[in-house]
Ligand binder design. Structure first.
Ligand code: ADP
Ligand code: MG
Length: 248
């Protein structure tokens, strides 16, 4: 089977810092690829260069659905089905939940019919599990969990083939992390393909079909999550903490 998304030998430097070095990864349709690694190991930069938001790679190739998208611009890549969230929630604080998602829809779809855009935005908030009675509440007044759901809904509203989630569980309580886990598995059950960057290792290993570990911009381990996570070198050297299964 041809992977739905494959990245070949992607690199990105910032001056002397080689943030991503010759990283090649791929994900099959309907699967979840987890990406782990210490702070500063290049995980977010990897998402940036795949989506060209805000910048592309210095070198490397990105193929989506058999099509080389390396030369396309960020909005064209998004339109072909690649949508991402950011590590820091990037919601408009003064806008309501529904208006935040509407902005994303209007930016991607151009200026279609308002009623259709609104329907898409409501569908996306519902899919993300956002409370139905808070669509009109200003995002800035909400706790971090709900702001994260708005950001995820804004990506879902683009009806992506591949969803890139950058640390969706950071700053959340264990109960909220469990809800993110349920959401990710729901999206997978709907056939969505997901790249998941996460520090919360039990979450990462519980949902991922494959797991990649970055360190200093280099891919140091890549394979089945149980195998990668069982490698003492990975646990000690690259993750810095012991693996404990998620309490159920
Ligand atoms: P991670 O997401 O794994 O924590 P990042 O991809 O954010 O790591 O960062 C990888 C490295 O690249 C770090 O050393 C970081 O300081 C550097 N870096 C990331 N973005 C920029 C940028 N826009 N300008 C300069 N350096 C950057
Ligand atoms: Mg990051």
């Amino acid at each position: 089977m041809q992977p739905l998304l494959s990245i070949s030998e992607a690199s990105k430097s910032f001056g002397a810092i080689r943030a991503v070095r010759d990283v090649s990864l791929s994900v099959n349709e309907g699967e979840i690829l987890g990406i782990a690694g210490p702070n500063g190991s290049g995980k977010s930069t990897f998402f940036n260069i795949i989506t060209k938001t805000p910048f592309g790679p210095d070198s490397g190739r990105v193929v989506l659905g058999g099509r080389d998208v390396s030369r396309l611009r960020s909005h064209e890549i998004a339109r072909l089905g690649l949508a991402r969230t950011f590590q820091r929630e990037s919601v408009f604080a003064s806008l309501s939940a529904i208006d935040n998602v509407l902005v994303a829809v209007e930016n991607s779809a151009g200026h279609g019919k308002f009623a259709a855009n609104l329907e898409t935005a409501e569908w996306a908030l519902d899919l993300a599990g956002f409370p139905a009675n808070m669509h009109n509440t200003a995002a800035g007044t909400m706790p971090v969990f709900l702001r994260k759901l708005i950001m995820i809904a804004s990506a879902l509203a683009l009806r992506p083939k591949v969803l890139l989630l950058d640390e969706p569980a950071s700053s959340l309580t264990p109960h909220e992390v469990a809800r993110i886990q349920v959401l990710i598995l729901k999206l997978k059950s709907l056939g969505m393909t997901i790249l998941l960057i996460e520090h919360v290792l039990p979450l990462l290993t519980s949902v991922s079909d494959g797991l990649a570990v970055l360190d200093y911009g280099t891919l140091v381990a890549y394979g089945r999550p149980d195998e990668v996570i069982a490698d003492p070198r990975v646990i000690e050297a690259y993750l810095g903490k012991k693996y404990e299964p998620l309490a159920s």
